[in-house]
Design a protein around this ligand. Structure first.
Ligand SMILES: Nc1nc(=O)c2c([nH]1)NC[C@@H]1CN(c3ccc(C(=O)N[C@@H](CCC(=O)O)C(=O)O)cc3)CN21
Ligand SMILES: CC(C)C(=O)C(=O)O
Ligand SMILES: [Mg+2]
Length: 283
């Protein structure tokens, strides 16, 4: 690093987000303008939320991916508001710095702006989350507008939207070829509706780059390449805990499946061998 141009304290070399007491919506905007990428992970419980918060992860999404990762469903479709409220409350209570986003589940906003507002109000009132997220571009624009007008920040989510996996015909990359224009239209629609950020899921990197350049609001990649303003991963994929198919866009930063499996086998072997518990574990 060159020492020739001292960096003013208001513009640290990494990100001005790191020093924040609490991350707020304007800081995502500032990060985009600074070109300092921010990070998010999903979280569904207090302990992971504390760990990720202390590690400096900027936002935690209490995703409806809890359906796959906590509740034992094959998809996110059966997940309800009542399933997510206690998980979101636990995450919001656990963090000091991270921005907490509550994911609105399938069937909680599609009928119209008032249903969407009612759901968003429930999450804000009952969980302590700082924003809500919902899926869909142009089709969800009125819902986004109504929630934002009530003073609730909205994170949009376009590209591959897991709640419509049957309509989309599987876990497929969105916005390829001619469909890039559709994706751009969705991105502009959510920005105009007042979303403070937009998740791009499973979108070609070059298309995500174009969206990021055209929008004023920050873009967040989950399987949309490196040219966005932030990155997001499902924590169980990222930590190597997922037992099912792990998407190609995931980088595994740990191997928790092996660590926990080895620990379970060692515990069982110790008990069978009389090696646990010993006097030091007894009263
Ligand atoms: N962000 C995210 N969204 C999801 O919907 C999701 C996760 N993560 N992680 C856990 C499960 C597993 N899912 C997925 C999603 C995509 C692929 C996948 O491998 N897709 C192909 C792309 C196919 C194409 O070319 O269109 C790939 O090669 O990555 C696998 C599992 C869905 N679930
Ligand atoms: C993958 C992200 C964007 C999500 O919606 C979830 O985890 O539920
Ligand atoms: Mg989700």
């Amino acid at each position: 690093m060159s020492e020739q141009s001292p960096v003013p304290s208001v513009h640290p070399t990494t990100s001005s987000m790191q020093a924040l007491k609490r991350v707020r919506t304007r800081h995502f905007q500032a990060a985009k303008e600074e070109g300092a990428p921010f990070t998010g992970l999903t979280s569904y419980d207090m302990l992971t939320a504390q760990i990720f918060d202390e590690a400096g992860i900027d936002f935690l999404l209490v995703g409806d991916s809890a359906g796959n990762n906590v509740l034992g469903y094959d998809t996110t479709l059966p997940v309800t508001i009542d399933d997510l409220i206690p998980l979101t409350r636990a995450v919001a209570k656990a963090v000091k710095r991270a921005f907490v986003v509550a994911d609105m589940p399938f069937g909680s906003y599609e009928t119209g702006p008032l249903e969407a507002l009612h759901t968003a109000v429930r999450f804000m009132k009952e969980t302590g989350a700082h924003a809500v997220k919902l899926e869909g571009g142009r089709r969800s624009a009125e819902q986004i507008r109504r929630i934002v007008d009530a003073g609730i920040p909205v994170m949009a989510h376009i590209g591959f939207t897991p709640q419509s996996e049957h309509g989309l015909g599987g876990h497929l990359v969105q916005g390829r070829g001619e469909a890039a224009d559709e994706l751009l239209a969705d991105a502009h629609a959510v920005e105009e509706a007042g979303a403070f950020a937009v998740v791009l899921e499973m979108v070609p990197a070059e298309v995500a780059k174009r969206v990021t350049a055209e929008l004023r609001i920050p873009t967040i990649s989950v399987g949309a390449g490196p040219h966005t303003d932030g990155q997001l991963l499902v924590w169980t994929d990222w930590a190597g805990l997922t037992t099912g198919r792990v998407p190609r866009f995931v980088k595994q930063y740990a191997d928790l499946k092996t660590i926990l499996g080895d620990a379970a086998r060692a515990y069982k072997a110790d008990v069978q061998a009389g090696a646990f518990p010993t006097d030091e574990h007894s009263f």
